[in-house]
Design a protein around this ligand. Structure first.
Ligand SMILES: [Zn+2]
Ligand SMILES: [Zn+2]
Length: 163
């Protein structure tokens, strides 16, 4: 497959279970087929020596570059920010493929939570919901109306968030 930015031949690389195309001899951009990027956009995902190489490239600015043509569909790709980041990526709305310029792959992974951070967040939520369940049970034992207790908890929960 030809690189949509510099026209060099891209080479297939395996990052764990996912096969991507890397512009090794040219701009170091990476092509992801539909859904492949989603499997690799978190820091703990993927593995292999080639993944390290792909991540270890300086980031280039793509702000001056216009739209590129999808190497699969030969149609114009869309430029937009990836998830809630300030990183502009190229996506083909027809096949769902993504092209990331050099360094963008690392930038996207770096802004994701680590596995530990995510586990921490999930645990916090679990503890919070346990509190809610306990309060619900407690309230019902005391003979309160379900709706009323729920309203009370909701208010306290929201206040907790704001504080
Ligand atoms: Zn290239
Ligand atoms: Zn396409």
């Amino acid at each position: 497959m030809k690189c949509p930015v510099c026209s060099n031949n891209m080479q297939e690389e395996k990052f764990g279970e996912v096969r991507v195309d890397v512009c090794k001899d040219g701009c170091k951009g990476i092509w992801f087929d539909c859904l492949e990027l989603r499997e690799l956009d978190e820091r703990w995902e993927g593995s292999g020596g080639n993944l390290g190489d792909a991540l270890d490239v300086p980031r280039v600015s793509d702000t001056n570059r216009g739209r590129i043509i999808c190497p699969k569909c030969v149609k114009s790709m869309q430029k937009h920010k990836y998830k809630a980041s300030n990183i502009t990526v190229d996506e083909c709305y027809i096949c769902g493929g993504f092209f990331l310029d050099a360094g963008e792959f690392k930038a996207i992974r770096d802004m994701s939570m680590t596995k530990q951070e995510r586990t921490k967040e999930v645990n916090k939520l679990v503890i919070k919901s346990k509190h809610i369940l306990n309060e619900l049970e407690e309230g019902q034992r005391k003979g309160g109306a379900f709706e009323q207790i729920l309203e009370h908890i909701k208010t306290r929960f929201l206040l907790g968030f704001m504080l």
